[in-house]
Design a binder for this molecule. Structure first.
Ligand SMILES: [Zn+2]
Length: 372
């Protein structure tokens, strides 16, 4: 199974390290075609040869200008700066919860409560998300929906969160129109490799749901949502839509750059999921035009990444990425030190002048911090 790899070049502009991706090679799983959540049971499908296929999905799916998924093209810009860290609450990082799962006929979906309006205590914020978002459900697309330089991974996980400030439930947020921040969906790519133990409870559940559409089943083996995320949380951010009808443009997308592994046995389980018509071989929507949207890539330097350097045995591109993280962290540290020094000396100077001058003197130092 071939995967994409990247190499970075660095620019520094106004104290911000900008990393331009140079594509080394782009090789991904050549997987054929498939989705998510709505309760619109089989009113749409992924088979391009059927009337229910993507070419015949309704209205916004064709008229919208901010549709998803998209092809993420290199070279892109990585922006390494402060305040890009995610803030997961304690339940998100430690919760080992049993779950309910079902074959929706369009995907395999899991959540922590039975029913169509799931909510949980898991919240995430930070990383330029405008609000805190609450975990609602997760589901899979076999054949990734987003592509990287036109190349497709064999599997993509969508972790769906909704805006807790504005909406009482996941379904309220999904139904929201004219709100580009109603939902925050995390997309995680999978590449074929070693077994993924964090995924195994879901794989076992998918095995039991392959032929049975629309029934919730409770599974007593717990899952930890955070363990499904990549070790390194660099990501691509853009504003987009649901990838299934009605394709509402109300999603803040976070597509993590670094794939996680899944064994060929595990991925075959998802590929065997069927709907009532026996049709669901793949479930990804074709990529949509970017139409001038900002598609930004953020690196997330920090202690977690620095610690990972000593454990990672990846190739040159991965080590280069780690080096960029370290340099970025050092730069931020230096910036903070310089800023505090400037503040100290400015205050000292102002105090001295205040003591030795008349009160009518004012000094043009208020913007000094802008230098840093
Ligand atoms: Zn999805």
């Amino acid at each position: 199974m071939r995967i994409p790899q990247f190499q970075n070049n660095i620019l520094v502009v106004n104290g911000v390290i900008i990393v331009v991706w140079l594509q080394l090679c782009s090789q991904v799983a050549a997987v054929s075609n498939p989705l998510w959540i709505l309760e619109t049971k089989n009113t749409f499908c992924y088979n391009p040869n059927l009337g229910c296929g993507p070419a015949n999905w309704p209205e916004t799916c064709h008229t919208g200008r901010h549709q998803s998924p998209i092809d993420i093209q290199a070279p892109k810009v990585s922006i390494y700066k402060r305040w890009t860290h995610f803030t997961f609450n304690q339940p998100y990082t430690s919760s080992q919860s049993t779950f309910y799962a079902r074959n929706t006929g369009h995907s395999f979906q899991a959540q922590f409560e039975e029913g169509v309006t799931p909510s949980s205590s898991l919240t995430v914020g930070g990383a330029m998300l405008s609000e805190d978002y609450r975990f609602g459900q997760l589901h899979f697309h076999w054949g990734s929906e987003h592509t990287v330089n036109g190349l497709r991974y064999p599997l993509e996980l969508h972790i769906v969160h909704y805006n807790t400030i504005k909406y009482h439930s996941l379904m309220d947020a999904i139904s929201a129109e004219n709100d580009p921040t109603a939902l925050a969906v995390f997309a995680i790519f999978f590449q074929v490799g070693e077994e993924n133990p964090a995924l195994e409870p879901l794989v076992r559940a998918a095995t039991r749901s392959m032929e049975v559409q629309d029934e919730y089943t409770h599974y007593s083996t717990p899952i930890n949502v955070e363990h499904l995320l990549p070790e390194k949380l660099s990501f691509v951010r853009y504003s987009g839509s649901l990838t299934t009808p009605p394709c509402t443009e109300n999603v803040v997308w976070t597509v993590f750059r670094h794939p996680v592994t899944i064994s060929s046995r595990q991925i075959k389980t998802f590929q065997r999921v069927r709907n009532d018509d026996g049709e669901l071989y793949t479930n990804y929507r074709p990529t949509q035009p970017v139409n001038g949207r900002r598609v930004e890539t953020y690196g997330v330097p920090g202690l977690r990444q620095l610690a990972f350097v000593t454990h990672n045995k990846g190739g040159i591109a991965i080590w280069w990425d780690r080096l960029v993280d370290i340099l970025s962290s050092l730069l931020q540290f230096t910036q903070r030190q310089l800023s505090s020094q400037v503040a100290f000396w400015r205050q000292a100077l102002e105090n001295a002048l205040h003591m030795f001058s008349s009160s009518s003197i004012s000094l043009p130092f208020t913007d000094l911090h802008l230098l840093f």
